[in-house]
Design a protein around this ligand. Structure first.
Ligand SMILES: [Zn+2]
Length: 121
C-alpha cells in the first residue's frame, strides 16, 4: 500500500514518490528501539526542554493536532514524538519522502536535537 504524500514538504530532487506504509512503521519502531538502546534519550531533561519549547511555539492547529503528545509529555512520555522524528530523519537520509512532515514542522528544536544526537553516536 502506497503512503499518501502531502505535497509541498521536504520536496527535493531525487526523492522517491512514495514508500510503503510498512516502511514508515518499521522506521518508527526502530526509533523506539534506538531510544531504548540509548538509555531513553526521549526522557532526558535536554529533550524535554526542547520539546516544551516546541509545544509553546506551536500555532493553535498544531497544538490541537499534537494535543495527545503534549498531554503524554506532561507524564514524562515523549517516546512517540521521538520515534516519529527518528523516522523523519531516516527518511530524509534515505531520500524517502517523510510520511509525517507535519511532525518535523511542529517540533523543529526537538528534531534538531535528535539529528545532532544521531550524527554524534
Ligand atoms: Zn510508537
Amino acid at each position: 500500500m502506497a503512503e499518501k504524500y502531502i505535497p509541498g514538504d521536504h520536496k527535493e530532487e531525487g526523492m522517491v514518490e512514495s514508500q510503503p506504509r510498512w516502511a514508515a512503521t518499521v522506521l518508527h519502531e526502530l526509533g523506539h528501539s534506538y531510544d531504548r538502546n540509548s538509555k531513553l534519550i526521549s526522557e532526558t531533561q535536554a529533550f524535554a526542554e526542547l520539546f516544551n519549547q516546541d509545544a509553546a511555539a506551536m500555532n493553535a492547529n498544531q497544538q490541537q493536532r499534537f494535543a495527545k503528545d503534549i498531554e503524554r509529555a506532561k507524564q514524562g512520555k515523549r517516546g512517540e514524538v521521538f520515534a516519529n522524528l527518528f523516522m523523519d530523519l531516516i527518511c530524509q537520509q534515505a531520500n524517502f519522502k517523510p510520511p509525517r512532515p507535519d511532525i518535523a514542522r511542529a517540533f523543529p528544536r526537538s528534531l534538531a536535537f535528535v539529528q545532532k544526537y544521531l550524527a554524534s553516536h
